[in-house]
Design a protein around this ligand. Structure first.
Ligand SMILES: Cc1cc2nc3c(=O)[nH]c(=O)nc-3n(C[C@H](O)[C@H](O)[C@H](O)COP(=O)(O)OP(=O)(O)OC[C@H]3O[C@@H](n4cnc5c(N)ncnc54)[C@H](O)[C@@H]3O)c2cc1C
Length: 286
């Protein structure tokens, strides 16, 4: 395991990147988890007219500018998904792609999931519905599983499952070309409902029904309450004060995850405040 970080930032949208930039300037030992592509919400924006200094910039151009800034500041992204965070005595333990990391403070900059979950998703959570292959994959040894995946980064998770499960169905919710081995059956269809008795036994799609023992739903964003137990939320947003402090000491949040307006510049501004607050926290508690 790596030495304990001062700060772990979860998310590579404008909020997380701005937090990383300020942590770097303040000379803190930090790690930022997310994607080297940064955020789909930057990349996919057509034309942005309200980001200061960049009139009428396309999302892809803004993504390139952000990546350039990271390179100039020598900030590297740990391309991993954080699936669980546990508040410990004076620090946090984070599980990301099968590895444990420790940090004295954290910033949640995970963005928000748009739209509701599938019918049955909440009811069967922990009874066949899972958001984390690393955490729960082992329960499906020699069983049938369905993976509903929202980005190509989840393909390696499906491959990992395919090495132990009897059968893996892969339902991609994205359009890019797939790179999967033939151990996995790809189904281009839309999930409608997760059903079963005591535990999951079916994934109902628009055009067919799959008999399955488990459904992995792999979205970019995990709800805050699932990611870190005990975090206080209001209408699915993390409650923060003006310093971006949450109800958990050492835990800060920034960006869409804290509430509206959902805007780049608000996210970047909150990332800045959260980083400075976390730096202050780390300096006062050491
Ligand atoms: C199509 C589109 C167009 C838009 N146009 C505009 C516009 O013109 N102007 C404007 O101001 N706003 C616009 N927005 C809104 C803007 O995109 C968001 O407000 C902004 O991206 C929020 O930034 P964020 O950093 O909070 O989260 P996000 O940009 O959502 O980034 C969060 C990142 O964290 C990563 N992540 C989440 N959970 C984890 C985890 N557990 N482990 C590791 N990484 C994780 C995600 O993969 C993602 O990369 C637009 C949004 C969309 C979808």
């Amino acid at each position: 395991m790596e030495e304990r970080y001062d700060l772990a930032i979860i998310g590579t949208g404008p909020a997380g990147l701005s937090a990383a930039l300020n942590a770097k300037i303040r000379n803190k030992r930090f790690i930022i988890f997310g994607s080297i592509q940064l955020s789909g919400k930057i990349e996919k924006a057509h034309l942005i007219g309200n980001y200061l200094g960049f009139p009428k910039i396309q999302g892809k151009e803004l993504q390139t500018e952000f990546q350039k800034h990271l390179r100039q500041m020598e900030i590297e992204i740990a391309e991993k998904k954080v699936t669980n965070i546990y508040p410990m005595d004076g620090y946090f333990s984070l599980l990301a792609n099968n590895e444990i990391y420790e940090a004295k403070s954290i910033i949640l900059a995970t963005g928000i999931q748009i739209g509701k979950g599938f019918p049955g998703e909440e009811a069967y959570l922990g009874k066949g519905v899972s958001y984390c292959v690393t955490c729960d994959g082992n329960f499906y040894r020699d069983k049938i599983v369905a993976v509903v995946a929202y980005s190509s980064q989840e393909e390696k998770e499906a491959e990992y499952l395919a090495d132990m499960a009897a059968k893996v169905y892969y339902i991609p919710m994205y359009k890019e070309e797939l790179h999967l081995s033939d151990k996995i059956e790809v189904i281009r269809d839309r999930p409608v409902e997760i059903a079963g008795g005591e535990v999951v036994n079916k994934l109902i799609l628009k055009d067919r029904v799959l008999d399955t023992d488990g459904v992995f739903i792999l979205r970019d964003t995990i709800s805050p309450g699932t990611l870190i137990p005990g975090i206080e939320t209001e209408e699915n947003h993390i409650k923060v004060d003006r310093t971006m402090k949450t109800n958990i000491p050492g835990c800060y949040a920034a960006g869409d995850v804290t509430g509206k307006p959902y805007q780049y510049i608000k996210a970047a501004g909150e990332g800045n405040v959260a980083a400075l607050s976390a730096v202050n926290y780390v300096e006062t508690v050491k």
